[in-house]
Design a protein around this ligand. Structure first.
Ligand code: NAD
Ligand code: TDX
Length: 361
């Protein structure tokens, strides 16, 4: 039985990945989820897994070297899947330091502890020990709005936001461990994910939450920025396939040629929500394009992201399975049937966050 150490497993992608892995491997794996439970970490996402003997949650900060060392000494870890990060670009513009701390220092601690636990005296590593670093396409910077240029694994790094700069720093550290210590790792750079359990600071759940509450839908700038959307389960599958079938030391871009302008997303969310709500639902009458409000643009707003997933397709055979029309409907249905989840995450501090972020836009 393989033992996985998953960092950031209480967040959006991490929790979807853990669910995916138990659906796929059931009792053939053990997962240790290490998460500091910041505002973005939510154990409600994993509630149904608590009865499992092969699921362990440990609350720890990845920058806490002693805590991470202890986990490696107590468990014989085969796989690390490293999600834990500060992940929201707007927050990074307001408060960059915490991004450097968690994303750069935290990754250094994870790498160091894994290396200390795994490396043999001759500098080699036991068969089967693998570290996968989950990163973003934002490290590559912004593409021209031409609909035909793409991010490849060989595209030079040109991050613009403090978030993407900190992720680029973490990627470079992983690369340095591979080059210097022959450390057994992979990096995945992925486009915008969407799906269940995403915190409503990110575009799609924010739109769903605001529309259902009859609140304005803030669109940054001209709404024509392009993002390349990937359903989170397809990402989870890609991560597992890279770790099991990919070549060690390689980077793989994960994305599915699903480019949309932000305003298209806004319109699609409005249309799909209207279709999904019963005519008798009082929220339905508020949901219309009248809610759209163009607001001050994000500073340094990258114009276009688009991944070329050629390498992962050719080498590993991964392709996304969920079309955007299908994925957005599934996502909206999930939020409509998890109103309590949304209420819990939007009470308290979320109100203050929203006021700070959008109050003066
Ligand atoms: P998220 O913000 O939803 O979750 C992050 C998780 O990390 C939370 O559970 C949080 O509690 C935990 N965490 C934060 N700081 C920590 C610390 N110091 N120690 C331990 N745990 C800590 O993020 P997400 O959207 O699920 O993203 C996961 C990873 O995927 C990140 O590395 C992100 O850069 C990357 N990524 C995200 C997207 C996306 O569209 N969301 C796309 C590409 C890559
Ligand atoms: O209120 C909003 N209005 C708006 O127009 C918000 C929150 C966003 N936007 C725009 C900004 C972006 O062009 O929508 C687009 C998507 O924004 P986010 O959901 O904040 O995602 P993005 O900045 O593209 O970054 C996401 O994808 C890459 C994740 O948050 C990152 O963690 C990941 O690395």
């Amino acid at each position: 039985m393989k033992t996985y150490l998953v960092t950031g497993g209480a967040g959006f992608i991490g929790s979807n990945y853990i669910h995916y892995m138990f659906r796929k491997y059931d009792n053939d794996i053990r997962i240790i989820n290490v998460d500091a439970l910041t505002y973005a970490g939510n154990l409600e996402n994993l509630k149904d897994l608590e009865i499992r003997d092969n699921y362990i949650f440990i609350r720890a900060d990845i920058t806490d070297k002693a805590a991470i060392e202890k986990i490696f000494s107590e468990y014989d870890i085969d796989r690390v899947v490293h999600f834990a990060a500060e992940s929201h670009v707007d927050r990074s513009i307001k408060n960059p330091e915490v991004f450097v701390r968690t994303n750069v220092l935290g990754t250094a601690v994870m790498l160091n502890c894994a290396r200390a636990a795994w490396e043999k005296p001759d500098g080699s590593y036991p068969e089967g020990k693998k570290f996968l670093h989950v990163s973003t396409d934002e490290v590559y910077g912004s593409l021209p709005d031409d609909g035909k240029s793409y991010f490849y694994e060989t595209t030079p790094y040109q991050p613009h936001s403090p978030y993407s700069a900190s992720k680029a720093g973490s990627d470079m550290l992983v690369k340095s461990y591979m080059d210097t210590y022959h450390f057994p790792a992979n990096i995945t750079n992925t486009s915008n994910n969407y799906g269940p359990y995403q915190f409503p600071e990110k575009l799609i759940p924010l739109l769903i939450h605001n529309a259902l509450s009859g609140k304005e839908l803030p669109v940054y700038g001209d709404g024509m920025n392009v993002r390349d959307w990937l359903y989170v389960d397809d990402h989870a599958k890609g991560i597992d396939m890279v770790q099991e079938q990919g070549r060690l030391f390689e980077t793989y871009n994960i994305g599915g040629h699903n480019e949309k302008r932000n305003i298209e997303i806004v319109n699609l969310v409005i249309e799909t929500l209207s279709e999904e709500l019963d005519d008798s639902d009082p929220r339905k009458k508020n949901i219309s394009k009248d809610l759209i409000r163009y607001v001050t643009d994000r500073k340094g707003h990258d114009r276009r992201y688009a991944i070329a997933p050629d390498k992962i397709k050719a080498e590993i055979g991964w392709e996304p399975e969920t079309t955007f029309a299908e994925g957005i409907r599934k996502t909206i249905r999930w939020y409509l049937s998890h109103e309590e989840w949304m209420q819990h995450v939007t009470s308290g501090n979320y109100q203050k966050y929203y006021e700070d972020m959008y109050g003066d836009r």
